[in-house]
Design a protein around this ligand. Sequence first.
Ligand code: COA
Length: 170
Amino acid sequence: MVTTDILSSSHRKQKNDFSCGKLLLDNYLKTQAGQDIKRKLSACFVSIDPETRLIQGYYTLSNNSIPLELVPEGYKNQLPDSYHAIPTTLLGRLAIDERFKGRGIGKMLLIDALSRSYKISKSIGSFAVVVDPLDEEAESFYTKYGFILLPDSHKMFLAMKTIEKLFEEK
Ligand SMILES: CC(C)(COP(=O)(O)OP(=O)(O)OC[C@H]1O[C@@H](n2cnc3c(N)ncnc32)[C@H](O)[C@@H]1OP(=O)(O)O)[C@@H](O)C(=O)NCCC(=O)NCCS
């Protein structure tokens, strides 16, 4: 398993070494993630390689909502019509450094993000985890883990009820 830490000023040097192959995601970590944390816009979690101390990967989480009409048909009937915006958790970004790809770290970080989102949903309601995949490669990664495309949107959705089944105590 990976362990994740909240991104802090102690990661300043490692941040600059991060390279996942997608400039947008590299630059976000290097220049914006810290600002977003200060402004309370999102939280950013990093996993550190115990040997090299490099950042293996990171992800971001924030509160979010989606319009009721975007909720997939099979789930919409569970929701009262009076809810126009459905509370969700946004897994905004997830990226693995090229040096650590293909070792299961993306999967472990995704599980860490889903577990964290599920725990928080017990205190602050959240109907689903939503992701906003950058491209088809990312979309195919999330599809593998059960995320479904929302109608008329590039966003993808995994119901918290489904996530609960992964983490509920046996
Ligand atoms: C997509 C990404 C997060 C995957 O991370 P990774 O650490 O290389 O993936 P893992 O080694 O954990 O792979 C776990 C499983 O997913 C599969 N997988 C990896 N990338 C995949 C993709 N793009 N599409 C489908 N499956 C994928 C692996 O084959 C593996 O399958 P297995 O368990 O059946 O063997 C990583 O390639 C990345 O950071 N890409 C660039 C940034 C990006 O697109 N982020 C996502 C959206 S913002």
